[in-house]
Design a binder for this molecule. Structure first.
Ligand SMILES: *Cc1c(COP(=O)(O)O)cnc(C)c1O
Length: 325
């Protein structure tokens, strides 16, 4: 729990002016829309301390934009993107003493969320919403280097075609928790979900997108309208193509191609890249050539580039870093 959080309420057809508050708790009615029809969306991003002491956020404009899109799909009032960015600034500034120091590998995780606050009992969108941003320091994801993980192909599905897989909504997680628990019970770190319609294409993990490297060094990322558009993945694709001069392909990826890749990884804000060493399906175990010892060389290069930009060691593309103070 940090010192301050931002709150704004949607009421009578508009967002109020919003403010920082100290209380991390609040009361809601038993009739609040969130508790019945699950109108809730969220975001996740990080703030970093640089060597010169400045504090920055990584591409928060894309979080603002994605949350705006998520709201539209959930029949919730979108929070204006410029106000989202200002609120992120305010929350970080009000909790500066919680931003971990440069070199610690730790960061300040920022969690914007919005949910149906107003009462509903008939099935319809609520007419009042709460938007909040809170933050919490998080430790380095890897203590002592990135260890490749073992994942399984899930028997469950994550998101239906034309469903809500491409928005960041809590409901996409509610129904994946069972798959997650089963995977853990069976000794796996994560799930690989396939497309529910044909079970032949790779979609994503519960909370991270896939990135693959072919034997000739091309970055391949799965394309589907039910994959969440990861900001980390989009950033890696841009860096691969424009900074590292790699070939990139964003296209449907058949599961039966996976055995031919040289490297595989999961990407998202939390870990940036988690190398995948082994993928277990019902009748097949795929051991990636990069092995279980370390991240493969190409993903490592991508990892070092993106984390270098986030930590201020490498100059990033125009507009990727928002200086907070
Ligand atoms: C948040 C999330 C990701 C990762 O997105 P980033 O913007 O890179 O953090 C991937 N998949 C799902 C389902 C997510 O909710």
């Amino acid at each position: 729990m940090t010192d301050k959080r931002y709150v704004s309420m949607w009421k009578d057809g508009k967002w109020d002016e919003g403010k920082l508050v100290e209380d991390g708790t609040f009361q809601i009615s038993e009739c609040a829309g969130i508790l019945h029809y699950c109108q809730e969306i969220f975001e996740g991003l990080k703030a970093y301390t640089w060597e010169d002491g400045s504090v920055v956020a990584f591409r928060p404009d894309l979080n603002a934009e994605r949350m705006y899109d998520s709201a539209g799909r959930m029949e919730m009032p979108p929070f204006p993107k410029d106000r989202f960015l200002k609120a992120v600034d305010e929350v970080i500034k009000a909790n500066l003493r919680w931003v971990p120091p440069y070199g610690s590998g730790a960061t300040l995780y920022i969690r914007p969320l919005m949910f149906a606050y107003g009462n509903v009992i008939g099935v319809k969108p609520a007419d009042e919403y709460m938007f909040r941003i809170f933050c919490t320091p998080v430790g380095p994801y890897y203590k002592g280097g990135a260890k490749p993980i073992t994942i399984c192909v899930s028997d469950f599905d994550r998101a239906a075609p034309h469903g809500t897989g491409d928005i960041k909504a809590g409901l996409n997680y509610a129904m994946s928790l069972h798959a997650h628990t089963v995977a853990h019970q069976n000794g796996f770190d994560e799930n690989m979900f396939l497309d529910p319609q044909t079970r032949t294409f790779v979609e994503e993990a519960g909370g991270a997108n896939f990135v693959f490297i072919t034997k000739d060094g091309t970055l391949v990322t799965p394309k589907s309208n039910s994959i969440l558009p990861s900001i980390t993945r989009r950033s890696l694709v841009y860096l691969a193509e424009n900074v590292l001069g790699m070939k990139v392909e964003h296209r449907p990826v058949r599961f039966d191609e996976v055995k031919d890749f040289a490297e595989a990884g999961l990407c998202g804000t939390a870990a940036v890249i988690s190398p995948v060493g082994r993928i277990v399906a019902k009748d097949q175990t795929i051991d990636l050539p990069s092995g279980m010892g370390d991240m493969g060389p190409v993903l490592k290069k991508l990892y070092n580039t993106i984390t270098g930009i986030q930590q201020g060691k490498i100059e990033g593309p125009e507009g990727w870093i928002r200086k907070i103070c």
